[in-house]
Ligand binder design. Structure first.
Ligand SMILES: [Fe+2]
Length: 269
């Protein structure tokens, strides 16, 4: 059996009684997490890829913590533009390093996994955009050197590339070239996984293959070009499943809100 990772991004947990375009983010996350844990009992870890809350409030992190009480998997969480590092660490002190960054490095079978914190801790760039400071880039350099040539999955909230959604591209990882340059120069197989856009996208940028995942709650409408980053649409929520195989890495997305009962067609091979 391949080694397996469950990934949720852009949970946007709200305060009690509040919704986003009529959707309850907490209920959507709980539905997705229940589905993921029930269908993937062999998963080895759970990753939360930022925008854990909608406003970074203490009560929102407390609601997330309660929702995670059913999870027994090792948890690796990082931050997005909607998060507050100060309030996150109050609720999840074991999720930050000694510098206060929510970054992680761990093994998933043959795969090395690096999770980068692209939250703008210092207010270095415009609101909602991402930033990797020198300390985090130095951590990345060390982790890339330690990984040697092992297969690598690098995950972070803000994509370091444009996606065609102009409003979102204006608030992506502002110093994304610093990340892409490092990843492109890595001597082993590598894949980049991001959140932020609320849409499943794949491709390559700056010589680096990437995937972005949907939110379990609200999604980015398929309106390419000019448009606000605040646009949202009620489409089925999803989570990601990463499989580390002997041949490499496979990333699935599961639209849990429309997953039906499994049936067998006797005429199909
Ligand atoms: Fe988000």
């Amino acid at each position: 059996m391949p080694d397996k990772l469950l990934i949720f991004t852009d949970l946007h947990i709200e305060s009690d009684g509040r919704s986003i375009i009529g959707l309850d983010p907490l209920a959507r996350f709980e539905e997705g997490l229940t589905h993921a844990l029930a269908h993937h009992e062999d998963a080895q870890a759970l990753v939360l890829l930022g925008d854990l809350t909608h406003h970074g409030k203490r009560d929102q992190y407390a609601r997330l913590q309660k929702a995670l009480s059913s999870n027994r998997l090792p948890l690796y969480a990082t931050l997005g533009n909607h998060d507050s590092a100060k309030n996150f660490v109050q609720t999840f002190p074991d999720q930050v390093d000694t510098d206060g960054f929510a970054q992680h490095a761990f093994d998933l079978g043959p795969l090395r996994v690096l999770i980068l914190d692209t939250h703008d801790h210092q207010g270095a760039v415009q609101q909602h955009a991402g930033w990797l400071c020198e300390r985090r880039l130095r951590w990345l350099d060390i982790q890339l050197a330690l990984a040697g040539q092992r297969p690598l999955l690098v995950a972070c909230h803000h994509p370091p590339f444009a996606t065609g959604f102009d409003g979102m591209d204006a608030i992506n990882l502002i110093n994304g070239d610093a990340l892409l340059m490092r990843l492109r120069d890595y001597p082993g197989p590598l894949h980049l996984l991001c959140g932020h856009i609320h849409r499943t996208i794949s491709g390559h940028a700056g010589g680096v293959a990437f995937t972005t995942l949907k939110s379990p709650c609200h999604q980015m409408p398929m309106i390419l070009g000019p448009g606000s980053s605040a646009l949202s649409v009620d489409e089925p929520g999803a989570y990601g499943i990463a499989l580390a195989t002997n041949a490499g890495l496979v990333i699935h997305t599961e639209d849990f809100a429309i997953a039906g009962a499994t049936q067998e067609d006797p005429l199909s091979g």
